[in-house]
Write a protein that binds this ligand. Structure first.
Ligand SMILES: Cc1cc2nc3c(=O)[nH]c(=O)nc-3n(C[C@H](O)[C@H](O)[C@H](O)COP(=O)(O)OP(=O)(O)OC[C@H]3O[C@@H](n4cnc5c(N)ncnc54)[C@H](O)[C@@H]3O)c2cc1C
Length: 381
């Protein structure tokens, strides 16, 4: 029987995604990590099977499922053994594209949402800038109103899928005097003159994903590139960030569970001082702590996801889930690496990759400190 909050249908979906991920993606994980790239065909294959639009209406090519389907996808993608692939896909399904469905015009949905669901158009999300990360209202990228459209100048950094994307969901200032009330969203084609990928960044982990710095120089976009209402971009991107944080939390804690399972298996087999290391109380207790913390953090993710599925907007629980899963996952993969001893530190074992990839969740999409700030403010401070 399915485990709350999932149904038998979710479990069937989970099985289909797992089959795909384990047979078609996981065998290439090391190759893609070394190449610091994975093929665009990952998107078209996921699109072909309907996995990029699980919760969108069938009218746009989506699966018509609920939000928990997205959680299933995020959890199963971690089985591809490369955090970069899972992140690139999550940016498409749960970060850059949802604002198109929520705030886009019918014309924008046909032009961008439909090919995003098939995987023919790959998306990136442009919020962070060299001088503005946590403080989104401090962005400097500026869209100036001109006849028939906007002229955009500025720069974005740390943009996942930035090199490969066909389109970007972009956050820009449309009124410099108004701080967060002067921010608007746009959807722009990356082949627009003035859009330039300046470089891709080398990173500690998530090696298979491309992370780009992008500049906009006198980039003209027509009026229909505005996404949602002018001046509402800050509120709209704050909405997007909730989905980004929750899907990040779901994928991260599922990944931590995989690392725990690998460490548990190893602890049963590896022997020191005449018995399996898992029979030494210190290791047994470490594994018990890991299992307990994973369970608690995952339940918080499910409780927030359940609320989202039922139409609530649980900012407090999402922030807590992002904060807790980040810290728990980090502790878990670090302990797992320790259990593997010297082999944990060797590049021949996958745990080192999980250790490097997992670190990102405490920074990306809102740092631990920002999460604590949101929670603290919601507690009235
Ligand atoms: C691999 C990777 C992929 C990414 N992908 C994307 C993407 O696709 N699109 C995108 O737009 N962005 C992306 N990001 C950017 C990411 O969301 C930002 O790095 C993150 O929001 C933090 O911003 P920052 O790096 O500018 O740090 P800063 O905001 O400069 O923060 C630096 C430090 O100060 C702390 N701090 C800041 N303000 C406060 C405060 N008020 N109180 C206490 N502490 C504070 C922070 O917590 C942090 O520890 C990505 C980043 C990475 C590393």
């Amino acid at each position: 029987m399915a485990r709350w909050p999932f149904s038998d249908e979710h479990d069937q979906l989970r099985k289909s995604i797992r089959d795909l991920v384990e047979t078609e993606f996981a065998p290439h994980a090391s190759e893609w990590e070394e190449a610091k790239d994975f093929p665009d065909s990952v998107f078209t294959r996921l699109g072909e099977l309907g996995f990029l639009g699980l919760s969108y209406p069938e009218a746009y090519g989506g699966g018509g499922g609920d939000y928990l389907c997205n959680i299933v996808l995020a959890e199963e993608m971690c089985r591809c053994l490369s955090g970069g692939v899972a992140m690139g896909v999550a940016v498409q399904t749960d970060m850059a594209v949802p604002p198109l469905y929520k705030f886009g015009t019918e014309e924008q949905k046909q032009r961008y949402l439909v090919p995003a669901i098939t995987g023919e158009k790959i998306f990136c999300l442009g919020i962070t800038e060299p001088n503005a990360g946590s403080d989104v209202a401090a962005i400097e990228t500026h869209a100036a109103k001109v006849d028939g459209g906007w002229v955009i100048n500025g720069r974005k950094i740390f943009i996942t899928n930035g090199r490969r994307a066909h389109a970007m969901t972009l956050v820009a200032k449309t009124d410099r005097d108004l701080e967060h009330k002067g921010i608007s969203l746009f959807v722009v084609d990356t082949n627009t003159p003035g859009f330039k990928v300046e470089r891709t960044l080398d990173k500690l982990g998530m090696h298979s994903s491309d992370t780009a710095e992008i500049s906009f120089t006198d980039m003209f976009v027509s009026d229909d590139a505005l996404l949602g209402k002018e001046g509402e971009g800050f509120y709209n991107i704050s909405w997007e960030l909730q989905g980004e944080r929750l899907i990040g939390a779901a994928g991260t804690i599922a990944g931590a569970r995989r690392s725990f399972e690998a460490a548990l298996e190893y602890a049963k087999q590896r022997e020191t001082f005449g018995r399996p290391i898992g029979k030494h109380q210190v290791i047994r207790h470490a594994l018990a702590d890991m299992a307990t913390e994973i369970e608690a953090a995952q339940q918080l993710v499910y409780s927030a996801a359940w609320k989202v599925t039922n139409g609530e907007y649980p900012v407090r629980e999402i922030s807590m889930a992002k904060l807790l899963t980040g810290e728990v996952a980090w502790r878990v993969v670090d302990k797992a690496l320790q259990i593997f001893g010297g082999y944990g530190y060797s590049m021949e074992f996958p745990i080192q990759r999980a250790w490097r990839d997992t670190r990102l969740i405490r920074i990306g999409g809102g740092t631990d400190e920002v999460m604590r700030d949101v929670i603290g403010r919601m507690e009235g401070l």
